[in-house]
Design a protein around this ligand. Structure first.
Ligand code: OFO
Length: 176
């Protein structure tokens, strides 16, 4: 079955595996942002919750994009198992510390696929993955911007919380 399939696609098996892993990573990212949105919502950060719901939706489109690409190029797209995600956070700031760490990890995963594509001369997948390179650059910038706001505004005061909630929600609307 496998051999037959490989005669019908130029997609190399190792790259297919990495792409399926990426689809899982993107799907997990969507779940992680959804859990963050829920925590923010129930802790009074309504505007930032809206920002996170949007992020969760975006990650879902990133997941589908890579999932469809695998099929389109003749591979087998595996529906990812939904991961357990963190539901509780110790502070408003911790949400963004974790969000930034997640984004950095995703960037590394994207780079790993591209490195493998270069090794295997898979220029089609390399070109496809360049979209993710740009996306990750923007998302890392946004997460860092949010964290910087915590250095400027005091999270411990009520007015600080109010201000942070307002300012962070604006981040997505400003082009990186
Ligand atoms: Fe999928 O864009 Fe970040 O993680």
């Amino acid at each position: 079955m496998k051999d037959l399939l490989r005669t019908h696609t130029s997609l190399q098996e190792g790259i297919e595996k990495l792409l399926n892993l990426q689809s899982k990573i993107e799907n997990d990212a969507s779940s992680k942002y959804l859990a963050m949105a829920s925590w923010l919502d129930r802790n009074g950060f309504e505007n930032t919750a809206g920002y996170m719901y949007k992020q969760a939706e975006e990650e879902r489109t990133h997941f589908l994009k890579v999932f469809k690409y695998i099929t389109e190029i003749g591979g087998i797209a595996i529906t990812p198992v939904v991961a357990e995600v963190k539901q509780e956070f110790s502070s408003f700031k911790e949400v963004f510390e974790i969000a930034l760490q997640n984004e950095i990890a995703v960037t590394h995963a994207v780079n790993k696929i591209i490195a493998k594509c270069r090794l295997e001369n898979d220029y089609a997948t390399e070109e496809f993955m360049m979209w993710y390179v740009k996306e990750q650059r923007e998302e890392e910038i946004n997460a860092r911007r949010a964290l910087e706001l915590f250095d400027l505004i005091d999270e411990d005061s009520a007015s600080g919380k109010f201000e942070l909630d307002k300012q962070i929600a604006k981040i997505g609307s400003v082009e990186a």
